[in-house]
Design a protein around this ligand. Sequence first.
Ligand code: SF4
Length: 369
Amino acid sequence: MGSDEESLVTKSLAERGITRREFLKFCTVMAGVLALPTRYGVRIAEALEAKKEKLPVIWLEFQDCAGCSESFTRSYQPSAAQVVLDLISLNYHETLMAAAGTHAEAAREETIKKSGYLVVVEGAVPSSEYCVIGGKTAEQILLESAKNAAAVVAVGSCSSFGGLPKAHPNPTGARAVMDLVKGKPVLNLPGCPVNGENITATIAHFLTFGELPAMDKLHRPLFAYGALIHDNCPRRAHFDSDEFVREWGDKGHKKGWCLYHMGCKGPITYSNCPLILWNDGTSWPIGSGHGCIGCVEPDFWDRGIYKQVKIHEVAPPAFYPESAAKNEKKISGTSYAVTGAVVGAAIGAGAAAIAKGKSNGGEKSSDES
Ligand code: SF4
């Protein structure tokens, strides 16, 4: 670790009135988001505290709504997350920077002259005639900016997969960043918008380990996109118990049952949404009563938000506890069958065993609901 005078983190903590304890707590949370053991919180803290120079970042925006910038600047634990942001130098960001015109372009060109910076891209890249900034097309700006970069990070589904601009019939010829940038590590953080916590965790990972996190075949970091929503969903017990919402506002909807028949894309969507949630960790779409729309998957706009998906593989129901309502029904039925034969305690035990037996044998067929 560098001396206090030279430490960017120490300076940032003092300026923002954040205690080191709060900073360590934040780093431990980041280790959790990165799916690392909690002891890595200390390693992340030490790596960040050792930084003496800021990481230069060029943030490009093309066909986007700026929702990902909005999500990034509102990531939860904002004061502690700001310490990570204090370790990057946002040399170019069309929405946030004070400079404009030639001054702004000069800032980008100056950064490109040095190597080792990070390029963050928000928005899809249209074909030439649809986006020209400073006399250069979006594709030219992207490739020019990526030339000397250490890595390129696409934030949001538009830059990762084309998103809404690329939806049928793709009138502007929108393309994903990974289809254009070659010979550089490209990481995708899809989402509409991206979850700000995943951006902060990615930057913390890059600053700590000097490289991008491990990715899946779609270039998404495994820490954030390694598990199906369906396998971590709090409504999963209702799916396994055949308890579904069939109509908005019906009994099942009021009771918080599974949204599969309402078009929930949780069974085909890989994301850590159920674990880190949204809006300061208060809720997320399924928690609020709407199915997942699968916004982190390619071509989700063309899939039909309320269209039911087919499930080809599903973890066996026995892996999950059944819903309380289902168990109540089973216990009640079994109790009736053995009335007078066993005492009350045995009834409960027998019912539980029967319920478990049914559960273990009740493998759900792939498209069954
Ligand atoms: S279908 Fe959707 S609501 Fe139902 S368990 Fe799966 S992810 Fe949760």
